[in-house]
Design a protein around this ligand. Structure first.
Ligand code: ATP
Ligand code: MG
Length: 399
């Protein structure tokens, strides 16, 4: 019966001059998810809403509707959406339609006396009835059709809510409101590069940044043959899950082993983790500059592990000039686990495979490494720059 889907957004509506760009980006992203399974659908924006219509067929098939209900919650920028019935701006037609639907609605509800309400919104100020008059009109018509004893009116906690929007061009009736992720449409902010490990945090960090509108590429570090091929396979699977939230992010795969051997052979064991991290940042910055990514993203959370003390984060950060976004900096591990579960990366992250950072890792890493200390250790590595350059030249790309 549904012949449109009303898509609501929130934050975009607060944008001034840029609002047009944000809306266009949102519409493009919705079209993108429909392109394969429902290319016949039309997506339009009409003042403050995006409307999806089924194209030639007139109404959505069950299959298409289910697909859209499954996919839309992952489109950033959307606040909520509702499958709806689009009607002319005519109270008689609206009333007739509602009365026609009413018996089924109450018959299919499990409660004998469901709590019911009508919520009307009227942006068309020329419409002869006010929102409240529309609500009373429709409730009365429904009660006359199904019987006054079939439901209780409850304006606060309704089991069934009938929404009715009166716009200039058309009106719409709907029942269900599905929540979406909110945020800003991916593509409304510049591209970034996420340092993606097989851990729990960095996938959640990538998701947070996409939610704020930046598409992201991924870079991962492994230490083959000291880490197995499974280390990279795991990150590939995680990147595939994250790519459901954006068009496509490439994965840059970096073998850090040569550098790590050199650190092992030349530097203080306690400094290894910080030195690995500084090298990762430098390599990531070089890739980001080459690929036109405007910032790096990490899953660092203050104080979570030895490398994430304020001192160490500072020393790691000072290896590069580029902005580093750390969306999880203030998150508790439990919050991050809950987010990883929600976005679907937790199961993959829980698979135990060796991580690049643990290769030759010391039993007690430095927790207050200064920049001077790091520079002094790096100076002990013969041809530091040459080793990094070779590693950068050998990067594999999953395009
Ligand atoms: P995660 O769960 O994301 O691995 P973590 O709590 O294990 O984080 P660290 O291992 O100290 O913390 O890593 C901090 C951040 O550094 C990670 O969130 C990630 O962004 C980056 N990072 C660490 N190891 C790698 C790696 N092997 N490849 C790419 N990025 C990495
Ligand atoms: Mg980790």
């Amino acid at each position: 019966m549904y012949n449109c889907i009303i898509c609501r957004y929130h934050e975009i509506a607060t944008k001034g001059n840029n609002r047009n760009m944000f809306e266009k980006c949102l519409v493009d992203n919705i079209r993108h998810i429909l392109r394969e399974t429902a290319p016949e659908c039309r997506v339009r924006r009409i003042r403050g809403r995006v409307w999806i219509e089924p194209g030639e067929s007139g109404t959505f098939s069950r299959e298409t509707l289910n697909m859209i209900i499954r996919e839309l919650p992952d489109v950033f920028g959307l606040e909520s959406f509702s499958p709806a019935i689009l009607l002319p701006v005519d109270m008689d037609i609206i009333r007739q339609t509602v009365v026609g639907l009413a018996p089924d609605i109450f018959a299919s509800h499990p409660a004998a006396h469901p709590r019911f309400r009508v919520r009307a919104r009227r942006s068309n100020k020329r419409f002869p009835l006010t929102s409240q008059q529309i609500e009373i009109d429709l409730v009365t018509a429904i009660a006359e059709k199904v019987g006054y004893d079939k439901f209780d009116i409850d304006l606060k906690n309704a089991d069934i809510t009938l929404g009715c929007e009166i716009r200039d061009e058309f009106s719409a009736l709907y029942f269900d409101i599905y929540r979406a992720a909110g945020g800003l449409p991916v593509g409304s902010n510049p591209r970034v590069l996420t340092l993606l490990s097989g851990g729990i945090d960095s996938p959640a960090a990538a998701w947070q940044i996409m939610k704020r509108g930046s598409p992201t590429d991924f870079i991962t570090f492994h230490s083959f043959p000291y880490t197995p091929v499974e280390t990279v396979d795991k990150v590939r699977s995680i990147a595939a899950v994250l790519n459901k939230f954006q068009r496509h992010g490439r994965l840059f795969i970096v073998n850090l082993a040569e550098f790590q051997k050199s650190v092992r052979d030349n530097c203080s064991p306690r400094m290894r983790t910080v030195l690995y991290r500084r090298a990762m940042f430098r390599i990531a910055e070089a890739v980001a500059l080459r690929e036109k990514c405007k910032a790096l993203v990490t899953g660092e959370a203050l104080g979570q592990v030895a490398s994430q003390t304020v001192d160490n984060m500072d020393t790691i950060n000072r290896s590069i000039d580029m902005l580093v976004l750390r969306p999880l900096v203030g998150a508790d591990k439990l919050e991050t686990i809950a987010l990883a579960e929600k976005i679907g990366t937790m199961k993959l992250s829980s698979i135990q495979v060796p991580d690049s950072c643990t290769v030759f890792a010391p039993s007690s890493p430095a927790t207050a490494a200064t920049v001077d200390l790091a520079l002094a250790e790096e100076a002990k590595i013969p041809d530091y720059a040459g080793i990094l350059e070779k590693i950068i030249n050998d990067i594999e790309i999953d395009a």
